[in-house]
Design a protein around this ligand. Structure first.
Ligand code: ADP
Ligand code: MG
Length: 623
């Protein structure tokens, strides 16, 4: 449908342009021109009216309405040349709009070019080359050095350094070995890999990114927040002013000329284009922004709430101390801990499992299990009931807790450790004291965010008071809250959200999806490889790097600055135009010509954003 409209617009452009040129150079005989202009102006009015009616149906006020008023007014006033001119002007605005939309889109679509056309797969012991459309899940795909991967999957043989910049924006190669996740479109720089395909075609991370960013551009209503709220006010004011001026002067020519100058078709194209260009740029950096309103929101953000584990900290906890109670042995404690933690995706669970692996402790998978977010795990295996979690969880689970044991536990917490207690049936077996490191970029990022105007930096955590206090002090956060259950975090966010303030929530999107959804802007980190993180967020950072947050805040400021400049340019152009009209220097045809020529100014200004892509090559992500 859009394609047909585009062809129609191009044809219309020619139909309107040729007679107008002939007319201005007095080549067209007057009698003939009348007939031609009546026909063309009516044809030119049709798409504008369709658009205007469509926007009324969607309960949106768009500039097409104003253009319709001007067009109909000129038709009634028998200003045929003006009508043809407005038609021409609006048609070219639409053509230019489509062109810029495609340009913004092609910067995203360009990503798809990085996907190879063919894949080498091992089927029935032979290696064959097939088009990627024929790949199926479970295929064993071979990728040699110098080739881009055709699928998302797991390495089952070989190791290599991969350039993942197509997805993350970061071109420093990442070393990958057997068992690691790899993604379509990333470049194998060194080794020979065999990959088990897990996602093919439309399901790959690459295609998902393209779909999401494209979606953000299609949601017109969402992306035009700035433009739309402006348009609704603007139209009411302009139309009332036009009526008033007509009542005072009774000069229909004057009013028509004013309306023609005031047609804000340029700004209606320039503003969305500004946002598209910025969103396309962000995508190239490995940041998916799901709509213009989120980018706009970032420019106003005054509170940012961070999850602690895995967000402000690395989320790779180290087991620093182990304490055993009663007659229990280290192997008991670790095998119980592993039996419970092996079913969890929590950073704590992963860290404990890693430790158990290096200690070469054998364990059994549980038969029954239950994970309580923010607390811990309860599992049953081999008729034993195992608990692994924090102190509150142990108390709640009615485990016998001797005074000396409790004292030891609390003492270790007071030293700033995350303490995970392990219980078997109703006895405490012992505990693990874990420590997490701050991300190296956390402190500079907090400082940059403050500089960028964020008033409150807040941390929420389910971890204990002491650990929370340490992190908060090191990062000079404005506020922190510890010992929170997931529902407490939600309650807190609900309390913080206010009308005249914008709150962002940053998390990993795995166990805080609800919090991300609740905040005005949900930002998920390290979204590559995690569909949950991509889905839950409004803004998804593919790379696990906090530095993209201040970067995106800066991008939002820059984008809004350009959008505001567009308004200024347009305002100035209008003031000059009105002066020309009131001074009787230009009439309706002159006004239409004036509007047509000046239409391009804000568009050129916004086109500057496309040059941001050039900066990509120069970007330096290291401190
Ligand atoms: P954060 O707010 O720091 O991201 P969570 O809300 O995910 O932390 O978890 C809070 C606390 O709940 C952890 O510090 C830990 O004590 C306990 N906990 C959560 N998941 C687990 C688990 N899989 N095993 C043991 N303890 C857990
Ligand atoms: Mg968490």
């Amino acid at each position: 449908m859009d394609k047909i409209l585009n062809y129609f617009d191009k044809a219309l452009f020619t139909i309107l342009l040729i007679p107008l040129i002939l007319f201005y150079f007095h080549i067209l005989p007057l009698a003939a021109s009348e007939v031609i202009f009546i026909t063309t102006s009516i044809i030119g009015t049709i798409p504008v009216l369709i658009n205007a009616l469509r926007s009324i149906k969607e309960r949106q006020i768009s500039v097409d309405l104003l253009a319709s008023v001007a067009l109909i007014a000129s038709l009634i006033a028998k200003e045929w040349t003006s009508a043809a001119f407005i038609g021409l002007m609006l048609t070219s605005a639409r053509i230019f709009g489509t062109y810029t939309k495609n340009k913004a889109r092609s910067s995203i679509k360009g990503l798809l070019k990085l996907r190879p056309e063919k894949a080498k797969v091992k089927r029935n012991q032979t290696i064959i080359e097939i088009p990627i459309e024929q790949l199926i899940i479970g295929d064993l795909v071979i990728a040699e050095a110098g080739e881009r991967l055709p699928v998302d999957g797991t390495i089952i043989q070989g190791e290599a350094a991969l350039d993942e910049s197509s997805l993350t924006g970061e071109s420093m190669p990442v070393n990958k070995k057997v068992g690691d996740q790899v993604y379509s479109s990333t470049l194998n720089e060194s080794g020979s890999l065999t990959i088990r395909a897990e996602k093919v075609g439309k399901d790959t991370t690459l295609e998902k990114i393209v779909q999401l960013v494209e979606g953000s551009q299609k949601s017109k209503a969402k992306i035009r927040t700035l433009g739309e709220s402006f348009a609704s006010r603007y139209i009411v004011i302009t139309v009332s002013a036009a009526i008033l001026i007509y009542l005072i002067t009774n000069d229909s020519n004057l009013v028509l000329s004013l309306l023609l100058v005031a047609c804000a078709d340029d700004i209606a194209v320039a503003i969305p284009m500004t946002f598209w260009a910025a969103i396309g740029y962000a995508a190239r950096r490995g940041v998916i922004i799901k709509g213009g309103e989120f980018l706009e929101g970032l420019a106003r953000v005054d509170k940012i709430i961070f999850d602690k584990t895995g967000t402000l900290t690395r989320g790779q906890l180290k087991v620093e101390k182990i304490h055993l109670f009663k007659e229990f042995k280290l192997a008991d404690l670790l095998s119980y801990a592993a039996a419970a933690e092996c079913i969890s995706d929590h950073p704590i669970a992963k860290s404990i499992m890693k430790y158990v692996e290096t200690e070469k402790i054998s364990f059994t998978h549980p038969d029954i299990f239950k994970e309580t977010p923010g607390k811990g795990l309860a599992v049953v295996y081999d008729t034993k009931k195992i608990f692994s979690g924090n102190l509150a969880f142990i108390k709640e689970s009615k485990i016998n807790l001797e005074a000396a044991e409790l004292e030891e536990l609390e003492k270790t917490e007071a030293q700033g450790y995350t303490v995970i207690a392990i219980a078997c049936d109703d006895h405490l077996v012992g505990f693990l004291a874990l420590a997490d490191e701050l991300r190296p970029e956390s402190l500079p990022v907090m400082q940059q965010l403050k500089q960028a105007g964020v008033k409150k930096l807040i941390m929420l955590t389910g971890d204990n008071q002491k650990v929370a206090e340490r992190v908060a002090n090191k990062l000079s956060l404005n506020e922190y809250h510890a010992n929170l259950m997931p529902q407490d975090k939600l309650k807190y966010i609900k309390g913080v959200i206010q009308k005249n303030s914008t709150t962002a929530m940053v998390g990993d999107g795995v166990n805080d999806a609800a919090a991300l959804a609740l905040a005005d802007i949900g930002i998920s980190m390290g979204a590559i490889g995690s569909d949950a993180a991509i889905e839950a967020a409004d803004i998804a950072l593919m790379r696990d790097d906090l530095r993209e947050i201040p970067e995106m805040v800066r991008l939002s400021h820059y984008t809004l600055k350009i959008a505001r400049q567009d308004f200024w340019i347009w305002g100035l152009v209008n003031v000059i135009g009105f002066t020309l009209v009131f001074g009787k220097i230009i009439g309706p045809a002159g006004a239409a010509a004036y509007n047509f020529v000046t239409d391009f100014l804000p568009l050129f200004n916004s086109a500057r954003l496309f040059s941001l892509h050039l900066k990509l090559q120069k970007k330096n992500l290291n401190y």
